[in-house]
Design a protein. Structure first.
Length: 318
């Protein structure tokens, strides 16, 4: 009898364990025992692993905190070296390499099934701000694209401390121009500034800018206000003034630091913007006393400045 009871207890334990294992698989939790660095190594991303160790971020990839890593494949890493004239990753200044690789990592475990288009904070910091981390713009369409350039080629490699997605490009430190180009909600603004090298060159080069970037609905409203069908109908000189008026040079102004009465000298000489804070709400006021609030897409940090997506185009004197 005792032997029979022992057999029954053993069988119950086996069934219970199997059921527990099945539940663990069903809830989407990772069964991987390899950390992110080991997963990268196991999947042939040897150059990324080498660079991570040189940059001193291997402790992050081996740590217990959950991370999502967009790891470039070996060809992408080799292309980066070739384009930038480096023999190997030991030639890249270590701090630059560290920030570049941190620009490929966001916090949390994010699968492709749980990705939406939008901005996500990376672990990197650039020269424009030591406090506000660099952003990453992810666009979810037929492909998943990062900053308008890199695409996920192999998704959802589980790790014990997060998830790794293989990408086909090294994700460069973004500029304000590259974000404006990548974000489809800023398409009209991009189309406008892309016609003027005097705007493209500064916004895509080292420097520091605060950009009050109007979204698509903002330009639709301005077309109605000025009685045009599209920005292609604007006189060229007027359009240049309008676009330049959205850009403040030599400033990385973050939303929490905006105070009542702040004055922002724009790239349009002699025409400033001012800040108004009333009842806890923050607005930007143009020279025509028109006001624009901020959208939730603000403090988008690039290496050379910050973008605030605005629901209204700020209008200078034309």
């Amino acid at each position: 009898m005792k032997k029979l009871n022992f057999v029954k207890s053993f069988l119950f334990a086996v069934v219970a364990a199997a059921g527990f294992s099945s539940c663990s698989d069903d809830d989407g939790s990772s069964g991987s025992q390899e950390n992110l660095l080991e997963v990268a190594q196991s999947n042939g991303l040897t150059t990324f692993v080498e660079a991570a160790r040189i940059a001193g971020i291997d402790d992050i990839l081996e740590g217990s905190n959950k991370r999502t890593v967009f790891a470039p494949n070996n060809l992408a890493m080799a292309t980066f070296l070739s384009v930038n004239g480096y023999a190997d990753f030991n030639d890249v200044p270590q701090n630059e390499l560290r920030e570049l690789l941190l620009n490929h990592i966001i916090t949390g475990d994010r699968s492709t099934a749980n990705m939406d288009s939008g901005y996500f904070k990376t672990m990197a910091h650039g020269p424009a701000s030591t406090s506000n981390a660099i952003d990453m713009f992810i666009e979810v369409a037929s492909d998943i694209t990062i900053n308008g350039d890199a695409k996920i080629s192999t998704p959802n490699l589980d790790a014990s401390n997060g998830r790794l997605h293989v990408v086909n490009r090294v994700i460069a430190m973004p500029t304000v121009y590259s974000f404006i180009k990548a974000d489809p909600n800023l398409l009209t603004f991009y189309s406008g500034i892309n016609q003027d090298v005097d705007l493209v060159d500064p916004l895509s080069q080292p420097g520091m800018f605060t950009v009050f970037s109007p979204n698509e609905s903002a330009f639709t409203a301005l077309n109605t206000e000025l009685d045009y069908d599209a920005i292609t109908d604007y006189p060229a000189a007027d359009l240049k003034k309008i676009l330049s008026y959205q850009v403040v040079p030599n400033l990385n102004k973050l939303y929490p630091t905006v105070s009542n009465g702040d004055v922002f000298p724009t790239r349009l000489a002699g025409q400033n913007l001012t800040a108004s804070v009333s009842g806890g709400g923050k607005m930007i006021v143009d020279v025509n006393n028109r006001t624009s609030t901020f959208t939730d897409n603000r403090d988008i940090q690039a290496a050379n400045g910050v973008i605030h997506v605005m629901p209204k185009v700020l209008l200078p004197n034309l």
